[in-house]
Design a binder for this molecule. Structure first.
Ligand code: HEM
Length: 477
């Protein structure tokens, strides 16, 4: 009977692989791009063997709907993997925890306490203050006519907002200067997004990781982050802060009360793992989106002018943009969606693991298979998008497609049970940051540069940033 059943199962098409490593060598530095190219040949449901691990890559909106909606419950766990394991203190976080009671409870706690609409509104004054500081510093560059590095600028903004809002401490005065902090975040994201040989090749994989230096980098990344959390928690304990309880307060209180989440007593490691998610999921994604948006606007002066006119006409003589204002910036929202279509921050989402067998397009996907949804490929699929390579926010006029996980053409936050719980916080950050940059300044190219010089090369990692710095010269409006 077993043999019969197997004979009836259809496996998805696979590119030929090598002995032992399978298709591992075909992943490359930017997996979303190599997988996109392979999917053009092997189709929207493709099976790779990464060493010993069967991995299905889903690359169309219809197959993404099947995986994330119809079969969500069959494949919403996370696989074990060395990078996430070490950085999450053995899966004590939200993003990399397997699908179990602990994950359900910790996610619920985070959604209620940190990522709620109420919380987003309560941190608006912090955002306003940090944006004001930023405008002042950019105005200085404007008066000197010097270019601003927008990758760094946006990261500095989200770092200060998240650190103040999430941890109640301002970033200044911690162990790291902002350059080192940025390096720490990038390195950690690269460790989370890497495909270490030890995940895929039994017994000897770790030797390869040791040899290539990946293991050493990972250990250092864990140590550096740990020191950062320790310092943040210490600062927190010393400081006499006013105002409402923040996330660290709440977690420390739960630790003291010996609270139980899932089957575990909450320990210091749980706290650090959760902070890791807030740091790595909350800061980088919003900053990257703003950088890509500005890069595309600089490459498309018509769109830049149009979005600035929308904001300036709406604002009249008022100078402070509010959350209610950003709600009215419909063209800006289309610009952001178009940015997410071409530059989703997490292009192959986080890996999922199959918990019970199911089928996509008639292909059987067995238990323990890894599943990646290539949202980057979906954003460039000519079956879904007309002229996909063109940056055209107008394509969203008269379209009901939003980015909230119900439209499988556009999945910057993923979908299903594992959808990003920070959608509202992330979206409002991006809208608010961009609206201010576009309202208060015009942006010229540095001397000697032409529009065609602005590239869209990508840097590797779990989240994909613009590789080369985006330098633009601000002119005060
Ligand atoms: C523009 C901003 C953001 C983008 C584009 C983004 C994108 C994503 C994506 C693609 C995922 C993976 C979903 C999947 O595997 O299906 C994710 C997960 C997650 N994000 Fe975000 N995110 C953003 C902002 C935030 C913020 C502000 C926070 C919190 C402060 C946050 C916290 C998380 C967490 C905790 C997870 C893991 C969810 C789980 O596995 O249950 N994100 N995000």
């Amino acid at each position: 009977i077993y043999k019969n059943r197997r004979q009836h199962q259809r496996r998805p098409p696979s590119p030929p692989g090598l002995p032992i490593i399978g298709n591992l060598h075909q992943i490359g530095e930017l997996p979303h791009q190599s997988l996109w190219r392979l999917s053009k040949k092997y189709g929207p449901v493709m099976l790779l063997k990464l060493g010993k691990v069967p991995t299905v890559i889903v690359s169309s909106s219809e197959t993404a709907r099947q995986a994330l909606k119809i079969h969500d419950l069959h494949c919403c766990s996370r696989p074990s993997s060395a990078g996430p394991r070490d950085l999450s203190y053995n899966y004590l976080d939200i993003a990399f925890s397997p699908y179990d009671d602990y994950w359900k409870e910790v996610r619920k706690l985070a959604v209620q306490e940190l990522f709620s609409t109420k919380q987003v509104h309560s941190i608006q004054p912090i955002k306003e203050e940090e944006v004001k500081k930023l405008i002042a510093s950019i105005a200085e560059s404007a008066s000197l006519k010097t270019p601003v590095n927008l990758n760094k600028t946006f990261l500095a903004l989200t770092v200060s907002v998240i650190c103040r809002a999430g941890f109640g401490v301002s970033f200044e005065g911690t162990v790291l200067n902002s350059d080192n902090f940025n390096k720490l975040v990038r390195e950690a994201l690269e460790m989370l997004g890497s495909f270490p040989a030890s995940d895929f090749i039994p017994y000897v994989g770790w030797i390869i990781d040791w040899f290539t230096g990946l293991q050493g980098r990972r250990e250092k990344s864990v140590q550096d982050l740990d020191a950062f959390y320790e310092q943040m928690i210490d600062l927190h304990k010393q400081e006499k802060r006013q105002g409402s309880e923040d996330f660290v307060d709440l977690l420390l209180k739960l630790e003291k009360e010996e609270a139980v989440i899932g089957n575990d007593k909450l320990t210091r490691n749980h706290i650090k793992a959760i902070l890791m998610n807030v740091l790595l999921a909350g800061i980088d994604t919003s900053a990257i989106t703003m950088t890509w948006a500005m890069a595309e606007l600089a490459r498309n002066p018509r769109v830049m002018k149009k979005v600035q006119s929308e904001i300036r006409n709406h604002m009249g003589n008022r100078s402070t943009i509010t959350l209610d204002d950003t709600d009215q910036f419909h063209y800006l929202k289309m610009v952001i969606k178009e940015t997410w279509r071409l530059h989703p921050t997490t292009p192959i989402l986080l890996p999922r693991e199959v918990m019970s067998e199911f089928e996509i397009n008639g292909y059987t996907i067995p238990v323990k298979t890894r599943v990646h949804v290539n949202v980057w490929a979906i954003g460039r699929d000519p079956e879904t998008w007309k002229d996909p390579e063109v940056f055209l926010p107008e394509r969203f006029i008269d379209s009901d497609i939003d980015a909230k996980g119900q439209h499988f053409e556009l999945l910057p936050f993923g979908g299903g049970r594992r959808i990003c719980p920070g959608i509202y916080m992330g979206t409002t950050m991006v809208e608010f940051g961009l609206a201010n940059m576009l309202y208060h300044f015009d942006w010229d190219l540095p001397e000697g540069m032409v529009v065609g010089d602005i590239d869209i090369e990508e840097a590797p990692g779990l989240t994909v940033n613009k590789k080369n710095e985006l330098l633009l010269v601000p002119v005060k409006y």
